[in-house]
Design a protein around this ligand. Structure first.
Ligand code: ADP
Ligand code: MG
Length: 203
């Protein structure tokens, strides 16, 4: 089997504690599932603050990228950010994220399929629910903003985590799942999604 085909791309999704508390587990899964992506692994757990820190710092660039994205979001709205230094901003975010993500059960999942990382990010929506597109999970089910979260000294509540790149996905999946917890199997719909030959349907 050619595992370099795009159909084998995988991404990590975590339904965060607010998604679980707001009874959105089924809704979130439904949205990814109906896209044609395949659920390859799933587990429920309560993460420790240390696990949350490790998860977000697997990518050494995360602090810089997240800090810069956050400062830009403030400036685009004509607002003054709490810090000018992106790393200082991310350190503050990380401390709050540890409290948020460790506050209760989460559902961790691996989704597989063509362009899994980008498709899941598209269905998930942008980080700040105030600006995430209508029709996305974060755009439809939650109403938080950077400013409100920062003023209230807490993390943005945005229902789900989704890996931001293929590399991030590989690292995060390796962190949250053992190899034998991730299942490889064929779904009947795979034929319609990926097979090059569709000549066997007419009787
Ligand atoms: P994403 O989850 O969209 O990949 P990031 O990786 O930039 O976003 O940030 C991780 C998480 O940290 C976000 O989903 C959100 O819960 C939280 N977060 C990001 N920026 C802030 C902020 N300025 N204030 C509070 N929480 C934040
Ligand atoms: Mg991210």
């Amino acid at each position: 089997m050619n595992h370099s085909h795009p159909r084998y791309e995988r991404t990590l999704v975590i339904i965060k504690p607010d998604g679980v508390q707001r009874s959105l587990i089924g809704e979130v899964i439904r949205r990814y599932e109906r896209s044609g992506l395949k659920l390859a692994a799933m587990k429920m757990l309560i993460p420790t603050p240390d696990m949350v820190e490790t998860h977000y710092t697997l990518d050494p660039e995360w602090k810089l990228k997240t800090g810069e994205k956050n400062l830009k979001a403030y400036r685009d709205k004509g607002l003054k950010p709490p810090h000018d230094d992106p790393i200082a901003q991310s350190n503050m975010i990380l401390a709050k994220l540890k409290k948020y993500m460790a506050s209760g059960p989460v559902v961790a999942m691996v989704w597989q399929g063509a362009h899994a990382v980008a498709i899941v990010r598209k269905l998930t929506g942008g980080t700040e629910p105030l600006m995430s597109d209508v029709g996305t999970i974060r755009g439809d089910y939650v109403l938080d903003s950077y400013k409100m979260a920062d003023d209230d000294l807490r993390a943005i509540r945005n229902i789900v985590h989704a890996s931001g790149s293929v590399k991030e996905a590989e690292d995060e999946i390796g962190y949250w799942f053992k190899k034998d917890e991730i299942l490889s199997y064929r779904l009947l719909v795979d034929q319609m999604l990926y097979d090059t030959d569709l000549e066997n349907f007419i009787e």
